[in-house]
Design a protein around this ligand. Structure first.
Ligand SMILES: N[C@@H](CCC(=O)N[C@@H](CS)C(=O)NCC(=O)O)C(=O)O
Length: 214
């Protein structure tokens, strides 16, 4: 683990505790690939302004692997599976569930984490005078409504695709974990709650969640 700015040739993830950068870290940990982590205070654009020189967006994750530079948490998981040939954690394009797998990967951030970001912003990131309880309530409800597809899908299933754990579970599982941190898990269905507990029991998840704090 490193806490300096870039000095490594290993795949490196810039991370904040419990942020979306948990997705690629969790994938790397599941894969057993040697990697480096740079842990930043949240939000880094405020508390570590020099980070903007590395990632102009100021967001985490930021990911570097050789000449590859990436900023999208689910996309990085996808890259890792393909780049490191880990079919055991992904689904090949010839598989009948390939489309479903890709859909969950994209769904995880664009559909599920998006409303959670609005909740985060208007509960924690904005100064008290700019907080918007109405936005928090509305986007919280929106997040729960957006779980409908997952709720139906998890009936009778342990994992999203191919009856086994893949990075689609990491991507969607993070959104459920983040929702739990935001106080939404009481509104999860029993199946989704059991799924989240199953994912959170994985050693790779607990390692990443607990090891990289600042
Ligand atoms: N779509 C990107 C979003 C990245 C993102 O917005 N990350 C949040 C943390 S969960 C962040 O860095 N927020 C701080 C900010 O916007 O300044 C992804 O999936 O990684």
């Amino acid at each position: 683990m490193t806490n300096t700015l870039l000095t490594t040739t290993k795949p490196t993830v810039w991370h904040c505790h419990d942020a979306r950068s948990l997705r690629p870290l969790w994938a790397l940990e599941e894969m057993g690939v040697d990697y480096d982590v740079v842990v930043l205070p949240f939000p880094p654009r405020v508390f570590q302004k020099e980070y903007l020189g590395i990632n102009a967006l100021g967001t985490v994750p930021y990911f570097v692997d050789g000449d590859v530079h990436m900023t999208e948490s689910s996309g990085i998981c996808h890259y890792l599976v393909e780049r490191y040939g880990r079919d055991d954690l992904g689904i090949q394009s010839t598989h009948r569930e390939f489309g479903d797998y890709l859909n969950w990967l994209y769904h995880s951030d664009a559909t599920l984490t998006f409303p959670q970001t609005i909740v985060l912003r208007y509960t924690q990131l904005e100064p008290p005078e700019r907080r918007l309880p109405q936005a928090v309530e509305d986007y919280g409800k929106w997040f729960i409504a957006r779980l409908r597809r997952l709720n139906a899908h998890m009936i009778g299933r342990e994992y999203l695709c191919d009856e086994r754990f893949t990075i689609a579970d990491i991507a969607v599982g993070y959104a459920l974990y983040f929702g739990e941190l935001q106080g939404f898990s009481e509104r999860y269905t029993d199946e989704v709650m059991a799924y989240l507990q199953r994912l959170k029991a994985r050693p790779a998840f607990t390692t990443c969640r607990d090891r990289y704090q600042r």
